[in-house]
Design a protein around this ligand. Structure first.
Ligand code: NAG
Ligand code: NAG
Ligand code: NAG
Ligand code: NAG
Ligand code: NAG
Ligand code: NAG
Ligand code: NAG
Length: 206
């Protein structure tokens, strides 16, 4: 491997561990609700107010299957303490599919969108959320998303070739190299560029 490539990889490694933070929600208290007293194990609003959150950080929820983790960008959904009327486009539930009560669960949520991000537990028909299992954070840009969380944009739409009379040419005359392969190439190239750019950026920072 060329020495420059080596340096890039080393710099990439150093920044990728230093630039992003994993926030354990509630600290050692975790993300838990006591249904006998209707209390959460921590004050999550206070906890959140004491941290700064950047793109690429993770929230780590140490919990069990009696609680859920819902991420929404929609304040109405957040205030309703329910996912009943929510849309998949702005709300995700992270429960890892375990239906059994009281099983240990760790949920890792990457922060991928800047601005207001809301979290709550949708379990117990909103009772948990209404009694403290809810908080909002404001995600800042920081150094931006790492390549691992950054989806390359889809390939640009290409106008299909047409004859001078305006009729579409039959598919058989479209370039023979194969669209699937070309798309793959582009994605690899975009990721390569992103890594290289990121490496250079990292070197500047170190
Ligand atoms: C943060 O959490 C993510 C998801 O579990 C993990 O991949 C990453 O290694 C963690 N980073 C650190 C610095 O602990
Ligand atoms: C918990 O709160 C809900 C409504 O918020 C109430 O109906 C229920 O009786 C409470 N349970 C206890 C143990 O306080
Ligand atoms: C969080 O709280 C501790 C003390 O409880 C304080 O030293 C620290 O500066 C606070 N951090 C932020 C980001 O507010
Ligand atoms: C937020 O979600 C509610 C349903 O909970 C929906 O009616 C509303 O249109 C959504 N808002 C936005 C900005 O998408
Ligand atoms: C969901 O929408 C229905 C119909 O509009 C409404 O009756 C219900 O209260 C809504 N639920 C929540 C949690 O907002
Ligand atoms: C989980 O919920 C079940 C059913 O409500 C309850 O019996 C159990 O004690 C709870 N477990 C924990 C660890 O909170
Ligand atoms: C979030 O933080 C940005 C700057 O980091 C600020 O401009 C914005 O007003 C904040 N938004 C909220 C909802 O606090």
């Amino acid at each position: 491997m060329a020495p420059a490539m080596h340096l890039t990889l080393i710099a990439l490694f150093i920044t990728s561990t230093a630039a992003y933070t994993n926030h354990t929600v509630g600290g050692t208290a975790g993300w838990l609700f006591d249904q006998n007293t209707n209390t959460s194990s921590a004050n999550y609003a206070t906890w959140a107010a004491n941290q700064t959150f950047d793109l690429g950080d993770y929230l780590i929820f140490r919990t069990n299957t009696n609680q859920t983790v819902v991420l929404t960008y929609n304040e109405t959904t957040f205030r309703s303490c329910s996912i009943d009327n929510s849309s998949d486009s702005d709300t995700s539930i992270y429960d890892k599919g375990n239906q059994e009560f009281g099983k240990p669960l760790t949920v890792e949520v990457p922060l991928t969108i800047e601005g207001a991000n809301y979290f709550f537990s949708s379990a117990s028909d909103g009772i948990q959320c209404e009694n403290g299992m809810a908080f909002g954070i404001n995600v800042s840009h920081g150094v931006g998303l790492p390549p691992s969380l950054n989806q390359p944009p889809p390939p640009a739409y290409v106008e299909p070739p047409s004859n001078t009379d305006g009729s579409l040419t039959p598919p058989a005359t479209v370039e023979s190299s194969g669209a699937g392969l070309r798309v793959g190439d582009n994605v690899r190239r975009v990721v390569g560029y992103a890594l290289t750019f990121y490496g250079i950026f990292a070197l500047v920072r170190v």
